[in-house]
Design a protein around this ligand. Structure first.
Ligand code: IMP
Length: 225
């Protein structure tokens, strides 16, 4: 089902709270994670098809203006690479093209299932390089929205020409601060998701599909605080 987020024209595929997803035994799951997952929520093939459409929307919106695509590591890396690849295909095959620069930033805020509250920039180039540029921030998931709010505040200080945000996932959560990105792949239930580079304490990044972690997985890979 397709929905529209309030306060924005961004459209997305909405995955409802009672969505059953797909049984694990109908997909290829690495043996080492078989006991740690409840179900597949979004297969990689569907992510790919949705990303192709987001790439088309982005190229249409930016016209002939060059953009710097800023990848939020580590969780955003799969979506970032696939999105950039799809923009490159459009650039090769259509009448107009968008020149791409790429940059990376590494943030950390989560331990186990909860945000530590304050984001920490723990890597990446000097953000000053983004001054006067059109910046497209690429993130894996917006949960409460606090991380993105803080990153956007940080961006203001470097005075880019414009900043837009593409997030593969937007979580439906009562803890949301109301932040909604410009481009959204899927709106998802308030569950902890792993795979396609989304991690739980650095595990599950090597899982292709987006899956719901189960209690065994949470316990096995938890970090004592
Ligand atoms: P926010 O600040 O609450 O919006 O959290 C955003 C960040 O939390 C994301 O960039 C992820 O790193 C992490 N995160 C939030 N929810 C999940 C999830 O379900 N799985 C994996 N990481 C998540």
């Amino acid at each position: 089902m397709t929905g529209n987020a309030s306060k924005t024209t961004a459209s997305f595929i909405q995955i409802s709270d009672d969505d059953k997803g797909y049984p694990l035994d109908q997909f290829c799951i690495p043996k080492h994670y078989e006991e740690d997952l409840e179900r597949v929520l979004i297969p990689e093939g569907l992510i790919n098809d949705r990303t192709e459409r987001l790439a088309r929307d982005i190229v249409a919106d930016f016209g002939n203006e060059p953009i710097v695509v800023l990848c939020v590591l580590k969780g955003g890396y799969k979506f970032f690479t696939d999105l950039v690849d799809k923009i490159k295909v459009l650039n090769r095959n259509s009448g107009h093209s968008v020149q791409l620069g790429i940059d990376f930033i590494r943030l950390k805020s989560y331990v186990n299932e909860s945000s530590s509250g304050k984001i920490e920039v723990i890597g990446g180039d000097n953000l000053e390089n983004l001054k006067g540029k059109n910046v497209l921030i690429v993130e894996d998931i917006i949960d409460t929205g606090r991380t993105m709010q803080q990153l956007l505040e940080l961006m203001t200080s470097v005075q880019p020409k414009c900043v837009k945000v593409a997030s593969l996932l937007l979580k439906r959560t009562p803890a949301s601060v109301g932040y909604i990105p410009n481009y959204i792949g899927f709106e998802v239930p308030n569950l902890f998701l792993v795979g396609y580079a989304l991690d739980y304490n650095e595990f599950f990044r090597d899982l292709s599909h987006i899956c719901v972690i189960n209690s065994t997985g949470k316990e096995k890979y938890s970090v004592k605080q």
